[in-house]
Write a protein that binds this ligand. Structure first.
Ligand code: SF4
Ligand code: SF4
Length: 365
């Protein structure tokens, strides 16, 4: 299947499932199903980012290759088409990463990876490009090596991620590939002024997309409700005019360039989030079109709430339609935590959906 056909098919799947989910009893009728599944293939990480606790936690066992294969087979049997995202920890710490690539490539599933970029060699970049992986997202918070390294807790990280991006861009060019190379950035007190420069850099270097997320408590499974109190990276009242400037600049860039994935409403919501320290949207759509799978196979609807079942031992459709999932859905719909992850589950307006659809189609031609 050509890349353009895949993109159109995925866009249609997204649209169809978003219509189905608004129909009463759509879950019970089997109409409402996830679009994206995020699988943690390791909890190990070689970074010590200041806004993440994963590296501090206990190192759970990675799922084996056959367990990953089993989980993907079960998901495919239930969902048919879906988008697969591999996450960590750092996914490229796995020695069998080439075999994992083969599993998703052979099944023709639209697959993306998110990485800190420190493990990608030229050889791996070539493998990624020729595997047919849809996209790679690099964590990059500044184009200042000093700032990026300070936020990621390790010297030399910036140089490594820049090298990895170069390897992929060169390989992409050499193979006339349409691999999507993107950046995921966390906004916090220390890099407010750097974000526009980062976006300019991404545009100049012809990257495909950039996603900007506000700092969250941590990426571990617990959620301290008051995490932002005394957090040294939280954007406080003294930084509000700089945040305002940033939002205005991002909105301006967005009008002339489609590289920024965030919608204008999402950017605006960052102001509410930081200035009022409160949940920035009408409701959180966690677990609506995206589900997460932990390294032990546990399925989660919200990354901070308990599992609704285990994909290795249970049937995913039964988990999705089960009582536990129903209870968690209720908790999610009542949730008003000051949570940066809620930005990932933001429901676009109809106009925003059309604009995003158009941007995706344009990028495929
Ligand atoms: S944010 Fe990502 S790269 Fe940083 S420590 Fe956490 S898992 Fe590792
Ligand atoms: S806001 Fe959403 S993602 Fe965050 S804890 Fe609540 S339900 Fe989960």
């Amino acid at each position: 299947m050509s890349r353009k056909t895949t993109i159109i098919k995925n866009a249609f799947m997204n649209f169809q499932r978003s219509v189905f989910r608004s129909i009463p009893f759509s879950i019970e009728l089997g109409l409402h199903k996830p679009v994206t599944v995020v699988i943690d293939i390791t909890r190990r990480c070689n970074m010590q980012c200041r806004f993440c606790d994963i590296w501090k936690g206990k190192q759970d066992r990675d799922p084996s290759l056959s367990e990953i294969d089993l989980m993907i087979n079960k998901l495919e049997a239930w969902l048919g088409d879906f988008q697969l995202s591999f996450l960590g920890g750092e996914p490229f710490l796995r020695r069998d990463i080439s075999d994992i690539l083969k599993i998703s490539a052979e099944k023709g599933i639209t697959t993306t990876f998110t990485t800190n970029g420190t493990m990608i060699t030229r050889e791996l970049a070539d493998q990624l490009v020729s595997s047919g992986v849809y996209g790679i997202n690099f964590s990059l918070d500044s184009i200042s090596a000093e700032k990026h390294d300070a936020l990621r807790g390790m010297k030399g990280t910036y140089d490594k991620v820049m090298k990895a991006i170069d390897y992929l861009r060169e390989s992409k060019l050499a193979h006339s590939s349409q691999l999507q190379i993107g950046i995921a950035s966390i906004i916090c007190k220390d890099n407010i002024d750097d974000i526009p420069l980062l976006v300019d850099w991404a545009i100049e270097n012809k990257l495909d997309n950039i996603w900007i997320a506000p700092i969250n408590g941590n990426f571990d499974s617990s959620f301290n409700e008051d995490w932002y109190e005394d957090n040294e990276l939280w954007i406080g009242p003294e930084d509000m005019s700089r945040l305002d400037d940033l939002i205005q600049r991002l909105k301006k860039i967005k009008k002339s360039n489609k590289i920024i994935i965030n919608t204008i409403n999402q950017m605006q919501a960052m102001k509410t989030y930081f200035s009022l320290k409160k949940f920035p949207f009408k409701k959180c759509l966690a677990g609506n079109s995206m589900i997460g799978i932990r390294v032990n196979g546990d399925m989660v609807l919200c990354p901070f709430m308990g599992p609704v079942g285990n994909l290795l031992s249970d049937d995913p459709k039964k988990i999705w339609m089960g009582d536990r999932a129903e209870i968690i859905r209720q908790e999610i719909s009542d949730c008003k935590k000051t949570c940066g992850i809620a930005f990932c589950f933001y429901d676009k307006t109809f106009i925003e959906k059309v604009a995003r659809f158009k941007a995706i189609i344009d990028s495929s031609t």
